[in-house]
Design a protein around this ligand. Structure first.
Ligand code: GUN
Length: 289
């Protein structure tokens, strides 16, 4: 078997076009233009590229985006004051503090300070709790992107055994929560660095989501024939980007697989636009509730 390749670029493009259409409709009805404020602290080159790409996507979709760029020496109090100012600014609908933050800044304290109604990353504990209770406000962008890819690709999750590798707050934990929630209805196993014999769990997976950040960790013979393989990893090895899955052997046995690059990666930004549009709509009192 050779797997169907799930084209994240194309699905992301479609998702971004929907966000652009939604933004235009909101502007026509209310004059409101969705506005994302991004905060970048320090000089991490990868973070700078990610934030730039988020800004470009906003502008292409007709959103407003502003970048607050602060030096690595920024104190926690100063960053907290910026977040509070963005919370209070009624012209800002979404706030994104790019992670990781420099050492010496308490990430939890900063993320907890973001107004939940503007938390388009879905990292605030109130939004995490709402997701766990099955009444989400904002879904974290990467796992929400994976769910959209599965849906658009016609991949059924109900009753399937989904194995997620990685227990990060950004991907692994919310991914497991989304797959298990009513409507998705998968049976979920969450594996992590202390799991014994991860390969044995992977071989039992109908849907395998790799989100641990180790290049080509998942071997081809860990993939059950006909399984769906979702690779969330983006690892730089030399001058190449590779995922957390050993792609070629895995693609020989899977029924569907996401490539790296061009798989899950583009979906993260597309879902950020969807969340920012939702925030702008909610804050404009047009959410129908
Ligand atoms: N760093 C890596 N991924 C993300 C993300 O989705 N959001 C933010 N804010 N920072 C990140």
């Amino acid at each position: 078997m050779t797997a169907m390749v799930i084209d994240g670029k194309q699905i992301a493009e479609q998702t971004r076009a929907e966000a652009a259409a939604g933004a235009l409709a909101l502007k026509t009805r209310t004059g409101v233009v969705p506005h994302l404020a991004a905060v970048l602290v320090g000089e991490d080159p990868a973070s700078a590229v990610y934030v730039r790409n988020k800004q470009i996507a906003c502008e292409k979709a007709g959103f407003k985006s502003t970048l607050h760029r602060l030096p690595a020496s920024t104190g926690q109090g100063e960053l907290l004051a910026l977040v509070q100012a963005l919370n209070a600014d009624s012209g800002v609908h979404g706030i994104l503090v790019q992670l990781p933050l420099p050492k010496g800044i308490d990430t939890t304290l900063i993320l907890d300070a973001i107004l939940p109604a503007k938390d388009v990353d879905g990292f605030h504990p109130e939004n995490v709790g709402l997701l766990q209770q099955g009444r989400p406000r904002f879904l974290p962008c990467t796992p929400a992107g994976v769910m959209r890819m599965l849906k658009v690709s016609g991949i059924e999750t109900a009753g399937k055994h989904a194995v997620v590798i990685g227990r990060s707050d950004i991907v692994g934990k919310p991914m497991a929560a989304l797959l298990v929630q009513k409507g998705a209805d998968a049976t979920v196993t969450l594996c992590h660095s202390r799991t014994r014999d991860i390969g044995a769990f992977c071989r039992e997976a109908d849907i395998l989501v790799a989100a641990l950040g180790i290049p080509q960790f998942v071997k081809g013979d860990w993939v059950k024939p006909g399984a769906v393989v979702i690779d969330v990893g983006i690892n730089r090895v030399g001058d190449k980007l590779v995922g957390d899955v050993d792609y070629l052997p895995a693609a020989q046995v899977a029924s569907a697989i996401t490539p790296v690059p061009g798989g899950v990666g583009p979906m993260t930004i597309a879902m950020l636009l969807a969340n920012t549009l939702q925030a702008a709509t909610n804050l404009s009192g047009l959410d129908g509730r």
